[in-house]
Design a protein around this ligand. Structure first.
Ligand SMILES: O=P(O)(O)OC[C@H]1O[C@H](OP(=O)(O)OP(=O)(O)O)[C@H](O)[C@@H]1O
Ligand SMILES: Nc1ncnc2[nH]cnc12
Length: 200
């Protein structure tokens, strides 16, 4: 596969077949969406798809979740002409922070944090991450933003799995993702048909 090639015909979600399957086993996520960011058209179509439902929303700031949410989040912030706030895994910010424990798809307890002096009551924040599997990570990010009085305008991720946490997010928040309806069942089974013809 030529990961950088731009196809002439581009149906909705065409770039999802750039995502590589896991070849390293169960302690890793089941695929690597980050490959789609290597393709200039894929990255820009992905950002456009994620922003579509938020066209009429006022957004003051984009917050991205460590680590891959930084890539999509900063691309979205730049597209909107807004700033970017990093929501970090614990242990990196050398300033006063708010922190929040969470458990993600790995089953391990983790901690994330944000600085205390950027958000303020009423500030409208779009939260961006790469993926929602159990929803544990995004829920912790939402808590951190809301605890400081800011308003979560919505959540944007490449995919939202149909897990309990994924469904909860869809019920409670405005959201965007890149998965065409006919591919959602493959996402939920954690196996894409495109894997069959995937080679590095
Ligand atoms: O819905 P959940 O079960 O909580 O999982 C989702 C999180 O897991 C991945 O990040 P991960 O920490 O694996 O990797 P990253 O640091 O490469 O973003 C993904 O980008 C989300 O942040
Ligand atoms: N990056 C990712 N890809 C697939 N599944 C995930 N679950 C959590 N993060 C994921």
């Amino acid at each position: 596969m030529n990961t950088l090639a731009i196809p002439m015909e581009r149906e909705k979600g065409w770039y999802l077949s750039l995502m590589a399957p896991n070849t390293k086993g169960p302690t890793y996520a089941w695929l690597d969406p980050s490959r789609l960011y290597c393709n200039s058209q894929a990255l820009s179509d992905c950002v456009k798809d994620l922003l579509c439902p938020f066209q009429n929303e006022a957004i003051d700031l984009v917050a991205g979740v460590d680590a891959m949410g930084f890539i999509l989040g900063s691309a979205i912030a730049t597209t909107l002409g807004k700033g970017f706030l990093a929501i970090r895994k614990v242990g990196h910010l050398c300033i006063q922070t708010e922190s929040q424990p969470y458990t993600d798809y790995s089953g391990n307890e983790k901690m994330m944090e944000i600085c205390q002096d950027v958000l303020r009551p009423g500030l409208r924040v779009l939260i961006v991450d790469q993926w929602i599997e159990t929803g544990g990570t995004i829920k912790a990010a939402i808590k951190l933003v809301e605890r400081q009085g800011a308003v979560v305008v919505g959540v944007a991720t490449v995919a939202i799995e149909n897990s309990e946490g994924g469904k909860w997010i869809k019920e409670k928040y405005k959201y965007s993702h890149c998965i065409p309806e006919e591919l959602q069942s493959q996402i939920d089974k954690q196996y894409l048909d495109s894997f069959k013809s995937f080679n590095n």
